[in-house]
Design a protein around this ligand. Structure first.
Ligand code: IPM
Ligand code: MG
Length: 361
């Protein structure tokens, strides 16, 4: 099979981790008889430096023409980087929001899983972490506060800013369907998270989720307020299977969920539209402080590439091979600095990529 993949190395550690994911994909291609056709595009600060904007129309066209996009990370240090002196619509993050919207990537899947080998890194009490956990946050990605009308104005000498949170029922229905579909492939449970005790958009969210649930009698559905969910994630993470939620709540809860796994350097994500197309990126950021030092953890990007094989190309066997390689390398005790503990072997980004690629069988 020929896989047309657009790569966005991006900023910070992005280029390093994408290089290792490609190393692993190339090995998959060799072992399983596929051809990878890559094209790099610029996004974020890397694009600002060359084109003055965080994402060009040409780059969007290239992404649209591919089967899938593999991304590293974008952005720099918000305190020191000159990119953050630009108006908000020209900063690195605007490129990411633009590609999500242009490609209609409304469904963001963020798995958070406690690896047995990394259980020691889990910051929760042992009596809680002992149960393990394996959840997937299904975050709506192209609506809500991120894309609602916003403005900063001055009224009678007083500065005032507003952002609007809007959802229509179709936007809610399509993400809910994705949530229930994926729950069917997992533990058959959806926890829909909202703030229905305060927000109209949440009350509509809850109503539409209940309508969709009618079509999935085999999936258990529950509703949880977002503040309670934030608490439950640290109190009893094992209760969750699929967490279905709107854009902003999903942004916040997915960082929390990743933290309780103890290793944000391990977490992958997929952003999907209604076709097989997807954008795959690690859940972590660009970590400018460790860029170029060969110490970043490439595993989240490698696992994102595995999600790409699974969701965009239906290559389950190949995706399994990548995920097994990760488990194997961890079992053998190899660790990058972020997940290092006593008795393990510390390796750099490139060596981790080599080890993973060698274990693709
Ligand atoms: C994420 C990030 C982005 C978001 C930023 C970089 C705009 O935090 O993917 O979670 O808020 O969606
Ligand atoms: Mg975030």
């Amino acid at each position: 099979m020929e896989l047309h993949i657009v790569c966005i190395p991006g900023d910070g550690i992005g280029p390093e981790i994408v290089a290792e994911a490609r190393k692993v994909l190339d090995r998959v291609a060799k072992v399983y008889g596929h051809t990878m056709v890559y094209k790099d595009i610029l996004m974020g600060g890397a694009s600002i430096d060359v084109h003055g904007v965080p994402l060009t129309q040409e780059a969007i066209a290239d992404a649209k023409a591919a089967d899938a996009v593999l991304m590293g990370s974008i952005g720099g240090d918000t305190n020191t980087s000159p990119w953050y002196k630009l108006p908000p619509n020209l900063r690195p993050e605007a490129g990411l929001l633009k590609i999500r919207k242009e490609l209609q990537l409304f469904a963001n899947l963020r798995p958070a899983y406690l690896y047995e080998e990394l259980a020691a890194a889990c910051p929760l009490k042992e009596e809680i972490s002992r149960a393990g956990f394996d959840m997937l946050i299904m975050r709506e990605l192209t609506g809500g506060l991120y894309f609602g009308e916003r403005k900063t104005v001055e009224e009678n000498g007083v500065r005032k800013a507003y952002d609007t949170l809007t959802y229509d029922e179709n936007e809610i229905r399509r993400i809910a369907v994705k949530g229930f579909e994926i729950a069917r492939k997992r533990k058959h449970k959806v926890t829909s998270v909202d703030k229905a005790n305060v927000l109209d958009s949440s009350r509509l969210w809850r109503a539409v989720v209940n309508e969709v649930a009618q079509d999935y009698p085999d999936v258990e559905v529950e509703h949880m307020l977002v503040d309670n969910c934030a608490m439950q994630l640290v109190k009893d993470p094992a209760q969750f299977d699929v967490i279905l939620t709107e854009n902003m709540f999903g942004d916040i809860l997915s960082d929390e969920a990743s933290m309780v796994t103890g290793s944000i350097g391990m977490l992958s994500s997929a952003s999907l539209n209604d076709t097989k197309f997807g954008l795959y990126e690690p859940s972590h950021g660009s970590a400018p402080d460790i860029a170029g030092k060969d110490i970043a953890n490439p595993i989240a990007t490698v696992l994102s590439a595995a999600m790409m094989l699974r969701y965009s190309f239906d290559l389950d066997k190949e995706a399994d091979a990548v995920e097994n390689a990760v488990k194997q390398v961890l079992k053998e005790g190899y660790r990058t600095g972020d997940i290092f503990s006593d008795g393990c072997v510390r390796v750099g980004c490139r060596q981790m990529g080599d080890l993973l690629a060698e274990r693709i069988v």
